[in-house]
Write a protein that binds this ligand. Structure first.
Ligand code: MRU
Length: 354
């Protein structure tokens, strides 16, 4: 692993070409733009765990690249032995973060490629897995642009849009999911302004959403999480759009902690609440949101900001990183295969199987 400073205009937080991978260290934004080079799956796993890279689609992309690094370094006698070792590597990558299903989606796709090509030589399997990781990376941005096309008609000209966490270019291979819909509306000539929740405790809204929208000259106003209700009541928010980490078959949505609170507030104020997510985020194997595993993160994210201690030593802490918004609070779910409303059970199955 090594680090270097590189300036960039178009935001793509993962660079993967010629077998090389660099990731923008999102822990340091917006103060520093530092790119870290990765060569091993263990280092990629650590990058996902420590949130150098974060956001559901982005961790799927990173995991696919990590799986290829692991595959490249396997020394095995047969394709079968190779596959046994490869599955172990995928299991280690999968254990990094539990909530976003894109991680297992990407790793399943990598394993499926290997398993269905076991009649090939090990070298062919390694080359094929590199192509698969590259395809996952490149497809992600295209998917987001198509989600943008489906979602932008939902945003009226002049809309003031609240978003929570970062579901932007930084959370994907590029363009973003929720922020992708906003970008598409702006590209369609609409005047859109964004209100970004700061998103305690990791501050993805303050550090990342504000940074990337400002970089794209999209008007953005930052608020503390507890100000959303006041702004809604004042009539200053026209709709809400967020991303998702996992969507169960009935349309319940796991997303960054605080999303549920915003959804309840939106319902109270009759404000449309939209979710934008690729079909790789939809987990039809889970009947409802109560089955989605919720990650609990380190106490220190709450007790400290960087090295400054904010809370008394030894205080009891809860730090669930995600919550689940019931489907009845969601106006529509925007995917790359279309917009689903109302009957999520059938609608989500339709877009996934399309
Ligand atoms: O903990 P994070 O930063 O990985 O959580 C990210 C979110 O919750 C995003 O809102 C979600 O992944 C959608 S990103 C396109």
């Amino acid at each position: 692993m090594s680090s270097c400073q590189i300036d960039t205009k178009v935001i793509r937080p993962i660079r993967f070409f010629n077998g090389q991978c660099q990731m923008l260290d999102q822990r340091l934004l917006p103060a520093e733009e530092v790119w870290i080079s990765y060569k091993t799956y263990q280092d990629v796993a650590e990058a996902i765990r420590t949130m150098v890279v974060r956001g559901a689609p982005a961790i799927g992309v990173a995991a696919a690249i990590g799986a290829w690094f692991g595959a490249r370094d396997i020394e095995a006698e047969s394709s079968w032995d190779f596959f046994q070792e490869f599955k172990q590597i995928c299991a280690e990558l999968l254990a990094t973060r539990p909530t976003a299903v894109n991680l297992s989606w990407a790793l399943e796709r990598m394993k499926h490629f290997a398993e269905s090509n076991l009649d090939r030589s090990i070298i062919e399997l390694k080359i094929g897995l590199e192509y698969e990781a590259l395809a996952i990376t490149q497809e992600d941005e295209k998917i987001n642009r198509s989600m943008g096309q489906h979602g932008e008609p939902l945003l009226a000209n002049g809309a003031r849009v609240l978003t929570h966490c970062n579901a932007g270019a930084l959370a994907t291979a590029g363009y973003g999911t929720a922020l992708g819909v906003i970008r598409a509306a702006v590209e369609a000539g609409k005047k859109i302004s964004v209100i970004a929740d700061e998103t305690r405790p990791f501050l993805q809204g303050a550090r990342l959403t504000a940074w990337e929208l400002q970089k794209d000259d999209i008007p953005v106003t930052l608020i503390c999480d507890n100000m959303a209700g006041y702004l809604m009541r004042q009539g200053e928010i026209d709709c809400v759009i967020v991303g998702a980490d996992r969507i169960s078959a009935n349309g319940d949505v796991a997303n960054k902690i605080g999303t549920y609170t915003v959804a309840v507030l939106a319902k109270e104020h009759n404000i449309p609440f939209y979710v934008a997510a690729p079909i790789s985020t939809i987990d039809l194997s889970l009947a409802d949101g109560s089955l989605i595993p919720i990650e609990e993160r380190d106490d220190r994210e709450i007790t400290h900001i960087k090295d400054i201690q904010l809370a008394p030593e030894g205080i009891s802490i809860r730090n669930p990183a995600f919550d689940v918004t019931p489907h009845r609070l969601i106006t529509a779910i925007i995917t790359e295969n279309g917009v689903v409303r109302g009957d999520y059970l059938n609608g989500l199955e339709r877009v996934v199987k399309q």
